[in-house]
Design a protein around this ligand. Structure first.
Ligand SMILES: NC(=O)C1=CN([C@@H]2O[C@H](COP(=O)(O)OP(=O)(O)OC[C@H]3O[C@@H](n4cnc5c(N)ncnc54)[C@H](OP(=O)(O)O)[C@@H]3O)[C@@H](O)[C@H]2O)C=CC1
Ligand SMILES: O=C(CO)COP(=O)(O)O
Length: 348
C-alpha cells in the first residue's frame, strides 16, 4: 500500500501506544512513536522491537521512535496520547508548550483523576492552551494490545464533542482487523472505559480466591449496574453501557489473562499485598487510582456503588478480600428491577 501523506505521532511507547502505532502503520501512515526512555527508543529504531511491553513482536520499520518531543510533533496535526492517567497532565503540559499548530488529540487512556474527579478529556482541556487544541477524541473499547498486535479482530469506539473529528479518527484507524465505531456520548464512553477496571480488579480477586464463574458473572452484572448508575447521574446515556465501551470492555477485561487489572486482582485474591503486586507488574494498573476516584464520585453524586466501596477497603484499608466478599453477600435485600427501571425512566 502507498504511504498516506499524513504523519501521526503516538505519545507514549508502552503496550497500547505501540499497538496503536502498528495499526496506523498497517494503514500506511508515517508513524512517530515518542517515548521518554532513550534506551527504549534506540531499541525501537535499531532492532524494531519493544521487548519490555510486547516481547514477541517485531515492529514494522515504518514506525520510527522519537525521544525528542519537539521533533516528534513537528509538522503533525493529530496525536495519539497513550500514557497512563497519572501522566496525562505532565505530558499534555509539555505538548502544549511545544506545539505550534492546533492539534487533534486522540486519548486512549482509561481513568478518572482522583480529587478533581475529572475525565481525561476534561484534564486535557485544562492543560492544553485553547488556541493549540483543534479537537479531543477518545478511543476506547475491548482491545488488549497483545491481541491487536497479532491483528486479531478487534472493535473499538471513538467519541468527541466534535463528531466530525471523531469520524476522521474512525477513518484513520479502521481496517480489516480493527473495526471502529462512533458514539456521540463522550461521558459514557470515558466513564465505561475507566470504571470497568475496578470491576476487573474485583473479578481477579474472586478468581484468586477460587470462587469461579458464578461470582464473576455476578460481579460483572452488578458491576455494570453500578457503573451505569453513576454514569447516568454524570450525564451519560444508559445505552452506552450496553455498547463496546460498557459491557464490551467489561467482558474483555474481567475474563482475560492479558488484563493487568485482572492480574493484579488475582494476586490480591491469592493473598499478596497491593504494593508488592504493583511493584512487580511493570505496567500500569489503572483500576487502583480509579477506585479512589469512583468512591469520591459515588459520594459526590450520592450513588450506591457497593462493589467499589468494598474494593476500596481491600486496596486502601487492608480489609481481607474474603471478608469483603462476605460484606457484599450480606447486604440488605434488593429488587434487581430497581436499576433497570431507572434506565427506562432515564430513556423516556
Ligand atoms: N494495554 C492495553 O491493552 C490497553 C491500554 N489502555 C489504556 O492505555 C493507557 C496506557 O496504557 P498502556 O500503554 O497499556 O500502559 P503501559 O504501562 O504498558 O505503558 C505506559 C507507557 O507510558 C509511559 N509513561 C508513563 N509515565 C510517563 C510520563 N510521565 N511521561 C512519558 N511517558 C510516560 C511509560 O513509560 P515507562 O516505560 O518509563 O514506564 C510507558 O511507556 C492506560 O490508561 C490504559 O488503561 C487502553 C486500552 C488497551
Ligand atoms: O483496557 C484494556 C482492554 O480493553 C486493558 O485492560 P488492562 O489495563 O486491565 O490490561
Amino acid at each position: 500500500m502507498e504511504q498516506r501523506n499524513e504523519r501521526v505521532a503516538v505519545i507514549g511507547a508502552g503496550s497500547w501506544g505501540t499497538a496503536l502505532a502498528m495499526v496506523l502503520a498497517d494503514n500506511s501512515y508515517e508513524v512517530r512513536l515518542w517515548g521518554h526512555k532513550l534506551e527504549q527508543i534506540n531499541e525501537i529504531n535499531e532492532y524494531h522491537t519493544n521487548k519490555k511491553y510486547l516481547p514477541e513482536i517485531d515492529l514494522p520499520h515504518e514506525i520510527v521512535g522519537y525521544f525528542n518531543l519537539e521533533e516528534a510533533l513537528a509538522g503533525v496535526n493529530t496525536i495519539i496520547l497513550a500514557v497512563p492517567t497519572k501522566a496525562i497532565r505532565e505530558v499534555v503540559g509539555k505538548i502544549s508548550s511545544i506545539s505550534k499548530e492546533p492539534l487533534t488529540i486522540v486519548h486512549v487512556s482509561k481513568g478518572i483523576e482522583p480529587d478533581t474527579l475529572l475525565r481525561i478529556s476534561e484534564m486535557i482541556e485544562q492543560e492544553m492552551s485553547a488556541e493549540k487544541l483543534a479537537s479531543i477524541v477518545v478511543l476506547s473499547g475491548p482491545s488488549h494490545a497483545e491481541e491487536v498486535v497479532l491483528r486479531h479482530p478487534t472493535t473499538v469506539t471513538v467519541s468527541s464533542k466534535n463528531m466530525e473529528a471523531a469520524e476522521r479518527i474512525q477513518d484513520l484507524f479502521i481496517n480489516q482487523n480493527f473495526r471502529v465505531y462512533t458514539n456521540p456520548d463522550i461521558i459514557g464512553v470515558e466513564i465505561g472505559g475507566a470504571l470497568k477496571n475496578i470491576i476487573a480488579l474485583a473479578a481477579g480477586i474472586t478468581d484468586g480466591l477460587g470462587y469461579g464463574d458464578n461470582a464473576k458473572a455476578a460481579l460483572m452484572t452488578r458491576g455494570l449496574a453500578e457503573i451505569a448508575r453513576l454514569g447516568m447521574k454524570m450525564g451519560a446515556s444508559p445505552l452506552t453501557f450496553s455498547g463496546l465501551t460498557g459491557i464490551g470492555d467489561l467482558i474483555a477485561t474481567c475474563t482475560s489473562v492479558h488484563s493487568r487489572n485482572w492480574k493484579a486482582g488475582n494476586l490480591l485474591g491469592k493473598g499478596h499485598k497491593l504494593q508488592e503486586v504493583l511493584d512487580n507488574m511493570g505496567m500500569v494498573v489503572e483500576g487502583v487510582r480509579t477506585t479512589k476516584a469512583a468512591k469520591q464520585l459515588a459520594e459526590k453524586y450520592e450513588v450506591s456503588m457497593p462493589i467499589t466501596d468494598v474494593l476500596y477497603d481491600v486496596l486502601f484499608n487492608d480489609v481481607n478480600a474474603k471478608e469483603a466478599v462476605d460484606v457484599l453477600m450480606a447486604r440488605g435485600k434488593k429488587n434487581e428491577m430497581d436499576d433497570l427501571t431507572n434506565v427506562l425512566e432515564c430513556e423516556s
